[in-house]
Write a protein that binds this ligand. Structure first.
Ligand code: UGA
Length: 454
């Protein structure tokens, strides 16, 4: 191994686990990716990714000498200096996170510790206090002579799907939370390449202009856990705020894009995550805002701002169909094209995607749905078997003969489209652009956007 290179085991190969494993191998560490799903491990061992994430396939190939995949805790844990727990934390029906996988992973890790000082890192988004709970699980399951030979650290992940590599290589900050200085020092060594100024990035994930290096923020264990939730909740809040103001813009005749540009240039507010649209989706914002409220409830503490953030988002979702009905009235028998199934561009992830609720509602109302997505169609075929829609191979096919088109994801392909031409084939030229990607209204077209005078 290279100097400074550590043995790292990453438990869980979802977005966070895969991104972490591949990035750490790229940085020169020796990485073992562990998942209990044999099928996933077989795929990864063949060099195939179970998810779509730009650049990740390439980085995996380039780092393949330093990374291997297994289902076996017995071989993956004893040799590791650092063990990341990156397993899923799905929501229970009451919004609280289900920590079954974290508990199972912690137990299996504990049973295989080697008695030397190993760092156990929580990267899964776990409620405040979970670090202490993991420590207790490890104490209970580690063989007794291992007691106190491990260091628990919380290292929350801030990567976004679709830009996972960029976010991992050029983070704004790295947060390390531990009640033990030695744990923090070990983790600092792990991330040392990112903290150095001459860090050489791959050409296919270019360094952004002006980027220097991440800020290293060290905190108490529970603060790091809170930072993760508070960050996601604040981002969701920004989006819901923009959506709420957008609704008022429509009523008074203002334009939300102009308004957010005007407020975002105030450095205290910042321009990012203020795009009004179909409301936030994906696997994180919904889960994390609900989990924070549920933690509050445990302590008898209400969180009205977060509740409103969620309520505004729910209302925003239903706006899509309301706008459509405003023009078509009865949807029964109408042909509606839906462009974009993924919850956002550059991913095939369908979790909590606005397109899902939209198609489900169109099904209920008796419309015929024709759907298109540049990447996510195969996944939708597997996961959305309860929805009825025809698949279109191209945008033009989707639009042919349609009474309306709803743009639900701002894929680059849609942003660049020659809309004047594409819309020619429609029966009625009605566009519900929920992502505000059209920069002008094409001739003879009825255009509905979010937060704009129609
Ligand atoms: C989010 C956070 O941005 C990451 O920092 C965090 O690490 C991640 O959750 C996580 O907890 O794992 P992600 O859900 O992958 O990342 O995607 P985002 O880019 O944040 O988008 C979330 C949703 O917000 C999407 O539906 C997107 O369309 C929507 N959005 C985003 C808006 O409606 N407007 C905006 O201005 C930005």
């Amino acid at each position: 191994a290279q100097s400074g290179s550590l043995n790292v085991t990453v438990v869980g190969t979802g977005y966070v686990g895969l991104g972490t494993a591949v990035m750490l191998a790229y940085l020169g560490h020796s990485v073992t990716g562990l998942d209990i799903d044999q099928e996933k491990v077989d795929m990864l061992s063949r060099g195939e990714l179970p998810i779509y994430e730009p650049g990740l396939d390439r980085m995996l190939i380039e780092s393949r000498e330093r990374i291997h995949w297994t289902t076996d805790y017995g071989s993956a844990i004893p040799q590791a200096d650092v063990i990341f727990i990156c397993v899923g934390t799905p929501s229970n029906v009451d919004g609280s996170p289900n920590l079954r996988y974290v508990s199972q992973a912690a137990q299996s890790v504990a049973e295989n510790l080697n008695g030397k000082t190993q760092v156990i890192v929580n990267k899964s988004t776990v409620p405040v206090g979970t670090g202490d709970w993991v420590t207790r699980i490890i104490e209970d399951h580690a063989r007794s002579y291992h007691a106190n030979r491990y260091l628990v650290v919380s290292n929350p992940e801030f990567l976004r799907e679709g830009t996972a590599l960029f976010d991992s290589l050029y983070p704004d900050r790295i947060v390390l939370g531990s009640d033990n200085q030695e744990g923090i020092d070990r983790m600092r060594a792990l991330y040392a390449p990112l903290l150095e100024q001459d860090f050489e990035a791959p050409a296919y994930v270019p360094r952004p202009a002006g980027y220097v290096r991440p800020e290293l923020i060290t905190t108490a264990l529970s603060s790091a856990e809170m930072i993760k939730y508070a960050a996601n909740a604040f981002l969701a809040l920004k989006i819901s705020f923009a959506n709420e103001i957008a609704g008022l813009c429509e009523r008074v005749g203002a334009d939300i894009s102009e308004v957010t540009r005007g407020i975002g240039s105030d450095q205290r507010i910042g321009p990012r995550f203020l795009s009004a649209g179909a409301g936030w989706g994906g696997s994180c914002f919904g889960k994390d805002t609900a989990a924070l409220i549920s933690t509050g409830q445990e302590y008898g503490y209400t969180m009205p701002i977060l509740q409103a953030t969620i309520d505004v988002n729910t209302r925003q979702r239903s706006l899509i169909i309301t706008k459509l009905q405003g023009h078509l009235h009865r949807l029964k028998g109408k042909r509606v094209a839906v462009l974009g199934m993924a919850y956002k561009p550059n991913t095939d992830d369908l979790r909590d995607a606005p397109a899902h609720d939209t198609i489900a509602r169109l099904n209920e109302l008796g419309a015929t749905v024709v759907a298109h997505d540049p990447i996510a169609m195969p996944r939708a075929r597997r996961e959305w078997t309860h929805l009825r829609y025809q698949e279109a191979g191209s945008v033009e096919d989707a639009l042919r003969g349609a009474d309306a088109v709803i743009i639900t994801t701002e894929w680059e392909e849609y942003c660049r489209l020659d809309w004047d031409r594409a819309l020619q084939g429609m029966r009625q030229r009605l566009v519900i652009d929920t992502r505000n990607i059209l920069t002008r209204r094409p001739e003879g077209v009825t255009l509905e956007q979010i937060g704009k005078r129609q």
